[in-house]
Design a protein around this ligand. Structure first.
Ligand SMILES: [Zn+2]
Ligand SMILES: [Zn+2]
Length: 481
């Protein structure tokens, strides 16, 4: 449903991109049309509810936006003249599959005078609208099927997106998780990453990136505009330069395609001293289904995005900063309004992630929560209409405990495994001693585990040794086989 409105918004995003003189969404240029756009979005949202004519309305609104943008003509021109970010925009335009040719042409026409520029832009919008209205548009075919793997990397993030033979990795986990991520990707048949997105240079996000860069063919590397003076960062830059790979910081408003899906950069919209707030923020749209990734962005960055009119609404929200209460402010969560949330953090982590405040808000909003600390790697599959998960949502609603000591962590661990053992004993339906591997992620479960993979993805073993020998060496944290 959100995506219906989004279709129209996507067109406006294109419009805004082009209208900013292909200024690569320089912040001044981004703000102006964004405000106009917000109004248009609201009117679209209303008309969208009334009738199926939303596409036509979108074109109309887009035209209105185009017209109103003439008022900002001067700033547009100055941005166009400065020529900054032109490359970014041309690149993202080339990546866009919908109406790619006509968009590219409008880009080329940019210098031939404003009239031609505006005309070709309208054509572009109509071409894109036609695609969005169905038929052979991006909603049909296997190209809109996507798989998202929230890889269990302990305390950190690493999310693989696969769509129509294309792949993107968002973050790579800690320094000691590079090989785990590499093996996970290889098991998934990934040899090439169209995009490697490193949200920000904290080690729990870029630590494993040097391995990933070294081992995989990579299309484009996107990184936050934030430098760190430490070994982790130097290792990454070294690996990139060994592979002769450059990197860019995409501007808010930039759109990139991944197979039949596309992702839009929403942040950061400001500059921050804190690396977390400098996190790149992306919304991935697969057909009608949207996923939001905010890295470790915290409340100031969230608030600034909302003020800038960024469309953060999503069906699936990867909870910012591992479920920390420094992020996922109530206002932001209301704007995202997710049906599902995924929290990537380590069992018994010393930060106490996820924090109770965030869990409580998600629970009050009726959001289904998945957690890598309890359930291991989380896999979401979408056909562009709905989302299916590799396990049932977590029902624990258990917040982490802020600890500094290993002793306290051990106590938590014992308490939990005691509960598991009891639960396993109570169930008693499966044969004692049988183990089930998940063919998708190499995870090993007891047959009594609550979070078994779907029937067709199960590999059954009589003993643990047999399972490990077959490569199922990643034990589920819930049933601890
Ligand atoms: Zn982090
Ligand atoms: Zn961080």
């Amino acid at each position: 449903m959100k995506a219906r409105i989004r279709k129209a918004f996507a067109l406006l995003t294109f419009a805004a991109l082009l209208l900013t003189g292909c200024g690569g969404a320089e912040s001044a240029g981004y703000d102006l049309p964004a405000q106009e756009t917000v109004q248009s979005i609201e009117s679209i949202a209303q008309s969208g509810r009334r009738a199926e004519q939303s596409t036509e309305n979108a074109v109309q609104s887009a035209e209105n936006t185009a017209q109103s943008s003439q008022r900002t003509e001067q700033s547009i021109e100055s941005i166009a003249q400065s020529g900054q970010g032109t490359e970014d925009t041309v690149q993202s335009v080339e990546n866009a599959e919908q109406g790619a040719e006509s968009i590219a042409q409008s880009g080329q026409n940019r210098d031939t005078g404003e009239e031609a520029y505006l005309v070709s832009e309208h054509e572009t919008i109509r071409a894109a609208a036609k695609g969005a209205s169905g038929g052979d548009g991006i909603q049909s075919g296997a190209e809109t099927e996507a798989e998202l793997h929230f890889i269990d990397v302990g305390q950190g993030d690493a999310t693989l997106v696969k769509c129509g033979g294309h792949a993107m990795l968002i973050d790579c986990g800690e320094n000691d998780k590079g090989t785990l991520v590499q093996r996970y990707l290889q098991k998934q048949g990934v040899t090439k990453l169209d995009y490697l997105v490193l949200t920000h240079p904290d080690s729990d996000h870029i630590g494993g990136a040097d391995v990933v860069v070294t081992k995989f063919e990579i299309g484009q590397v996107f990184m936050a505009d934030y430098t760190k003076e430490n070994k982790t960062y130097r290792d990454l830059i070294g690996a990139l330069s060994d592979k002769r790979l450059g990197w860019q910081t995409p501007k808010p408003g930039s759109v990139f395609s991944l197979g039949g899906a596309e992702f839009t950069v929403l942040g950061p919209v400001g500059r921050y001293e804190d690396p977390n707030n400098s996190s790149l923020v992306l919304r991935l749209d697969v057909g009608d289904v949207s996923f939001l990734f905010t890295g470790d962005a915290q409340e100031p960055a969230e608030t600034d995005m909302l003020r800038a009119g960024a469309d953060v609404a999503a069906d699936v929200y990867q909870v910012g900063h591992h479920g920390s209460d420094t992020s996922s402010s109530e206002a932001f969560l209301k704007a995202v309004a997710p049906d599902y949330a995924v929290i990537s953090c380590a069992e018994g982590n010393s930060y106490g992630h996820p924090h109770a405040a965030v869990l409580n808000t998600l629970r009050a909003m009726g959001v289904s929560v998945f957690r890598t600390d309890e359930q291991g790697s989380i896999v979401a599959r979408t056909d562009g209409k709905s989302v299916k998960w590799n396990s049932a949502p977590s029902e624990s609603w258990q917040a982490g405990e802020r600890t500094g000591s290993a002793a306290a962590q051990t106590v938590t661990g014992i308490k939990q495994s005691g509960t598991q053992a009891q639960a396993a004993g109570d169930t008693g339906t499966a044969q004692a001693g049988s183990y089930i591997g998940n063919k998708n992620n190499g995870k090993l479960h007891r047959a009594t585990c609550k979070h078994l993979p779907k029937e067709e993805n199960r590999a059954v073993f009589a003993s643990r040794e047999e399972a490990v020998e077959a490569g199922y060496d990643d034990p589920c944290k819930l049933c601890k086989p």
